[in-house]
Design a binder for this molecule. Structure first.
Ligand SMILES: *Cc1c(COP(=O)(O)O)cnc(C)c1O
Length: 223
């Protein structure tokens, strides 16, 4: 484990030409995020609105802020106001509310659909069989555009065991791509975390979400 600066540098080098780097910064301080920015990190993911608000205000929008947490409907207005991309859209209803507030703020919000690739009832995300329907519904909304898919996969200790879930999400990604449902030139496939990003990239991820590997262990397990 090096410093945040050297960790980001070497990770960016390793990922170059393969995938973009999003740093998951829940529980990390503004200072820690600044070190990552100095090393070249440009995309940050936050899970909790309240925690993110102060950080985004201090650091600003010279970097990109992705909302990657589960979405509570009453917080959507503020999420739309603060964030540049929402990665965790998990229903048509949520998409419609994002659309409504995006209009209010004069934004066209880029979103990803979170896929519940493990089909786990207790987890958020759209069930694989419903992704096509949700994508088509988003296409009808004017103030929101679909730019990719995101998945977590089940909480399994061995990254090799996540491969089928990443593969399933990749297949959905390719299907939506071939149907012209993404409203962007280079759609995002956001999958893989500290322990699993290598497997995720082998399965087609072009954005990986990393926390621990750069910043060290978190105090409490939040995900
Ligand atoms: C925390 C988090 C990550 C990063 O997890 P690490 O294991 O610390 O790399 C990625 N994605 C989401 C949605 C997260 O909440």
């Amino acid at each position: 484990m090096g410093t945040i600066y050297t960790n980001v540098k070497s990770l960016l080098q390793e990922l170059e030409g393969k995938a973009k780097l999003l740093l998951a910064t829940k529980e990390r301080t503004v200072q820690e995020i600044q070190q990552a920015i100095e090393a070249g990190a440009r995309i940050f993911g936050e899970n909790y609105l309240q925690e993110a608000e102060e950080k985004i205000k201090q650091i600003g929008h010279s970097v990109e802020w992705h909302f990657i947490g589960s979405i509570q409907k009453r917080k959507i207005k503020k999420i739309v106001e603060l964030f540049d991309v929402i990665e965790s859209v998990d229903s048509i209803e949520v998409a419609k509310i994002i659309d409504k507030f995006s209009k209010e703020y004069g934004k066209i919000m880029p979103v990803l659909i979170e896929v519940n690739s493990g089909k786990e009832p207790q987890k958020s995300g759209v069930m694989p069989d419903d992704v096509l329907n949700v994508s088509k519904a988003i296409k009808e909304l004017k103030n929101i555009r679909l730019v990719g898919l995101m998945t977590m996969g089940p909480n399994l200790p061995n990254p090799e065991d996540l491969r089928p879930y990443f593969r399933l999400t990749y297949e959905l990604f390719e299907e939506l791509k071939s149907l012209g449902l993404f409203d962007v030139d280079e759609p995002i496939l956001s999958m893989g975390m500290s322990s699993s990003y290598k497997v995720a990239i082998e399965e087609g991820a072009n954005l990986v979400r990393i926390g621990t590997l750069v910043f060290g262990e978190r105090k409490k397990k939040v995900i």
